[in-house]
Design a protein. Structure first.
Length: 470
């Protein structure tokens, strides 16, 4: 989110056409502007058609300092939006910042974002009702109901006109003070206040200079009585200080549906009896994962669940007598349970045998050296030398007799998985792999433990620990 002057209103153009690969992304941020911290707030996001009519309004809640980045047709905004040309107008009670980005196939570019709303979508097309004086205080406020259009006048210096209404928490109120079309002398300021005088929203000119209309759009924080007040910025008044007040009150925008988790990938996809493995599950809407589920669940224990929006990790222990075959894996969040992926439970392998998607591998040799590949000449690529205080532990592998997969495909697999493989010393230190693949026609995985470590075990995802005897 680039540094930008925060404001209460922003507008940017929107085009979405999936057939052409055209979309619009938007980043919203609720900045913390001082050492006292900010406050949570709701940003109202309005989708306005090219004919100027309001199609939909949604609410995006942001905590202090929180930001969100998403496409306009995602579920949190206008889910499934397509074949659309128009405008997005955003409003909030406190200043916020926004950046829009246009995507055209694989090309991206910033979209012009302006302060100030598009007002036409919120204008009330109804017969105007004249202001009723006196309405110079909340106690004298003229009552507003539903959508109202009022013709008013700031009659004298210091005059403030009050209008009252009753609302409910979550209702959306939109107010325009229109002066431009009336050749008015009024430099309007509009306030929204609670019954105790607490200011909910104030606006003056929308950040657009050389014009004097004002606009506010806010979510009501609680049930009760509210007041809209109109005054002149310079506390002036007179016969030429006329205005039209457009008032809209609507029920709160439906909160976007909380999407169920969706799984896309699982690693590893197989595990042997008696193994403890780190399971990595990828997908969407995974934040808040409360459980990782296996069906059938007998013989499987899950612990250490960690979740982000796109990934869940967990430790999975498989009993030595667990039934072999396929198990369905899903996750559960507050929004429900995901689709299921498959983990295959394999028969426990013999000592030194590693089960992989590319067939079984056998540990053929374990070597401790100070260079990798062992015996290479330092300074002549490719040659890695162990750092002072560390050594290189090389585990050499072969295909088991029944494994007919070619070395190249197995090597490709090793290059993908070696960072998930580790060795554990007798003192509990774990070291991840730093190299893996085909070296001089042999399969290997290499590690760099401290020279003081000994008594290593090989920890390979989906397999029981293998004693390396070093």
């Amino acid at each position: 989110m680039p540094q930008q002057f925060p404001f209460n209103h922003f507008t940017f153009p929107v085009e979405v056409d999936s057939s052409r690969g055209v979309d619009i992304g938007v980043a919203l941020v609720n900045p913390t502007l001082d050492s006292g911290g900010g406050a949570a707030q709701t940003i109202l996001v309005n989708l306005i058609r090219s004919d100027g009519t309001l199609q939909q309004t949604v609410q995006v809640n942001l905590g202090p300092g929180e930001h969100r980045s998403l496409y306009v047709n995602e579920a949190l905004l206008f889910s499934g939006l397509d074949n659309f040309v128009g405008t997005v107008s955003l409003s909030a009670a406190n200043p916020f910042s926004v950046v829009a980005l246009r995507q055209d196939k694989q090309a991206f570019g910033a979209t012009a974002t302006e302060t100030g709303p598009v007002l036409g979508a919120f204008a009330v097309n109804a017969a105007a009702v004249a202001e009723t004086e006196p309405n110079n205080s909340p106690a004298q406020a003229q009552t507003l109901s539903g959508n109202s259009l009022i013709t008013g006048n700031i009659e004298s210096a210091g005059d403030t006109d009050y209008y009252g209404f009753t609302g409910h928490r979550g209702d959306v109120v939109s107010v325009i003070v229109d002066t431009q079309g009336l050749n008015s002398e009024l430099d309007s300021v509009v306030n929204l206040e609670k019954s105790d005088g607490t200011l909910v929203f104030q606006n003056d000119q929308n950040g657009l200079y050389a014009q004097n209309d004002s606009f506010l759009q806010a979510v009501l924080p609680e049930d009760g009585a509210y007041y809209v007040s109109v005054s002149d910025y310079f506390n002036s008044g007179g016969g030429g200080y006329v205005y039209h007040l457009h008032f809209r009150l609507s029920g709160g925008a439906e909160p976007p549906p909380v999407e169920k988790p969706q799984l896309s990938a699982l690693s590893p996809t197989s595990a042997g009896q008696g193994a403890t493995t780190g399971l990595v599950i990828q997908g969407t809407n995974l934040a808040g994962t409360a459980s990782v589920n296996f069906s059938p669940s007998q013989g499987i224990t899950v612990s250490g669940i960690q979740a982000s929006a796109t990934e869940v990790t967990a430790q999975v222990s498989i009993a030595a007598d667990a039934q072999t075959g396929q198990r369905k894996v899903s996750v559960t969040t507050g929004a429900g349970t995901s689709n299921a992926l498959t983990l295959n439970i394999t028969q426990a392998t013999g000592s030194g045998v590693i089960a992989t998607p590319q067939g079984n591998l056998v540990v053929s040799k374990v070597e401790i050296t100070d260079t990798f590949p062992p015996g290479c000449t330092t300074g002549v690529p490719p040659c890695d030398r162990a750092l002072p205080g560390y050594e290189i532990l090389v585990v050499w592998l072969e295909r088991s007799p029944e494994n007919t997969n070619d070395f190249l495909s197995i090597s490709t697999y090793l290059m993908q998985v070696f960072t998930s493989v580790s060795v554990e010393a007798s003192n509990g230190n774990k070291t991840s792999g730093f190299q893996g693949g085909l070296v001089s026609g042999k399969l290997s995985v290499a590690f760099t433990p401290p020279v003081t470590d000994s008594g290593f075990r090989l920890l390979w995802p989906g397999n029981a620990a293998i004693d390396l005897g070093k």
